[in-house]
Design a protein around this ligand. Structure first.
Ligand SMILES: Cc1cc2nc3c(=O)[nH]c(=O)nc-3n(C[C@H](O)[C@H](O)[C@H](O)COP(=O)(O)OP(=O)(O)OC[C@H]3O[C@@H](n4cnc5c(N)ncnc54)[C@H](O)[C@@H]3O)c2cc1C
Length: 464
């Protein structure tokens, strides 16, 4: 019997889960994972900061979407899951830090009174949001942006000051350039099925209330790398090659060859679980059309700056898990997590506050143009004023994620469908999967990885 090899390109959560799922679906497969860096995990990375394990990329995953929790259960690490110690968040709007109302469904306000009381939008903005209850149906009949959807139903103030920081922050996107169908499918669905978005989201909220006692997010006391380390341990039959970037793919008959720094590796099937831009160059020789479509997917760059300072040097009360900064404020900071409050294991010392400051969004690369010292200085100046900080930053660390967060403009779903259809025609046993396509969150990446592994098995057929 000839060996049946599958090559997975990319050792992020998508690539590792794809490889793991392949081992469970068909233990006879020979699997190689190629990772360009000298570490696994991609955008999941836990590092040491002030003596504690602190996440420098993703710090948690959504519990509501089951795929990540299911994988943790399967890997036997569900008993190590933890959830944030504090709930809710604040937003800086109209000159003050304000608590985000509790009555939100997936980031959409469902209570006019709470919205008005929060002060996040002006009274006029709250009244405009309430008009949703009476406005006729104005669905435009096509994939629209999240910003356009929220603006037409609830007004521009709610869109820019509340929904953009909450939802746009996830992809570091401008919600006016973010496909509602791909990034917020439930909101898009509810908006289509109901004349009033507030009523529709309220009824969605009531229907899903039974899960509201459960935590919204999960992580691990040792940081998100616990998941990566456990996956790596489960891949003992897989050939994991690090510092081994893949460059291109060629085809001879039914066999593909991946040309990489680890040499040329022939396989029956290939899964590209790396950014679309990398997949585009790898595929240029065997599917120029797919490569061209892949090359059109754009990315935002973000920087995560972790700082520690004495808790008593922060005069402003730190409510909830952190602070969001709406785009119209024009600040470099996009969000701050009160790390020591959200994840108490981030600071062993009760007198030390650990803040994780995000900067950079699509269309705003100011943070990437500053060097680390300049960035820390600029962020300290912004937060010094907002949080009334009186003491020095004791330690800091900047982690940059250039071209990391894929952007899903309206029409992204059709583009992904076209990429998949083109590949089926040109290279039927080569698959693309991961954050660039059908969801950036970790559960969505795991879901796509499971689908990619099943697609490989369907394409190469059962063992003879
Ligand atoms: C700062 C930040 C915070 C985030 N926070 C959260 C969060 O809290 N919760 C959440 O759910 N999501 C979060 N995300 C998003 C989430 O982490 C990512 O979408 C997800 O981890 C992407 O996984 P992936 O495997 O698809 O891609 P990646 O993690 O990008 O992995 C792709 C891998 O491919 C490798 N690669 C690239 N080119 C090649 C090549 N030529 N050959 C071989 N290998 C190659 C890369 O080195 C990388 O390891 C965050 C993202 C960032 C940047």
């Amino acid at each position: 019997m000839t060996s049946r090899r599958v090559v997975v390109v990319g050792g992020g959560i998508t690539g590792l889960t794809t490889a793991y799922r392949l081992t469970t679906l068909d233990p006879s497969l020979e699997i190689t994972v190629l990772e360009s860096l000298n570490r696994l995990g991609g955008m999941i990375r836990t590092g040491k900061f002030a003596g504690s394990s602190v996440d420098e990329g993703a710090d948690s995953f959504l519990a509501r979407i089951p795929e990540a929790t299911d994988l943790c259960r399967e890997l036997g690490i569900d008993n190590r899951l933890i959830s944030p110690s504090v709930d809710g968040a604040t937003v800086y709007s109209r000159g003050k830090i304000r608590r985000i109302p509790d009555e939100l469904a997936l980031g959409v306000p469902t209570s006019f009174f709470q919205l008005a009381r929060s002060g996040i939008v002006s009274l006029g903005g709250a009244i405009r949001a309430g008009m949703d209850l009476f406005k006729p149906d104005d669905w435009p009949g096509q994939d629209e942006s999240v910003g356009d959807l929220i603006s037409r139903r609830l007004g521009a103030e709610v869109a820019q000051r509340l929904v953009d920081p909450l939802i746009g922050g996830i992809n570091a996107s401008d919600t006016y350039e973010l496909s509602a169908r791909m990034a917020t499918p439930t909101i898009a669905h509810v908006a289509r099925r109901n004349r009033s978005l507030i009523r529709g989201m309220r009824s969605f909220h009531d229907r899903t209330r039974h899960v509201s006692g459960q935590p919204a997010f999960h992580s691990f006391a040792g940081g998100m790398s616990v998941l990566v380390d456990r996956l790596e341990a489960a891949l003992d039959t897989v050939d994991l090659k690090m510092s081994a970037p893949a460059h291109s793919i060629s085809a001879q008959g039914d066999t593909y060859t991946v040309h990489s720094d680890a040499g040329d590796i022939s396989a029956e099937s290939i899964v590209l679980a790396c950014p679309a831009s990398t997949s585009a160059s790898s595929l240029a020789g065997i599917s120029p059309n797919a490569a061209e479509l892949l090359g059109r997917i754009t990315y935002a760059s973000v920087a995560v700056t972790t700082v520690s300072l004495r808790s008593t040097d922060i005069a402003h009360p730190l409510e909830g898990a952190g602070l969001l900064i709406p785009r119209p404020e024009g600040m470099l900071t996009t969000a701050v997590t009160w790390g020591h409050l959200k994840w108490p294991h981030w600071s062993e010392d009760p007198d030390r506050a650990v803040l994780r400051i995000s900067s950079g969004r699509h269309g705003d690369d100011r943070a990437m143009q500053l060097d680390d010292d300049e960035l820390v200085e600029a962020l300290s100046a912004e937060l010094g004023d907002l949080l009334e900080i009186s003491g020095p930053i004791l330690e800091w660390k900047v982690t940059r994620w250039p071209n990391s967060l894929p952007q899903y403009p309206p029409g992204h779903g059709d583009r992904v469908t076209a990429i998949e259809a083109t590949l089926r025609r040109d290279a039927p046993r080569v698959f693309v999967t991961g954050a660039s396509y059908r969801g950036v969150g970790i559960p969505a990446c795991i879901d796509q990885a499971n689908d990619a592994a099943q697609a490989v098995i369907d394409a190469i057929g059962p063992r003879e």
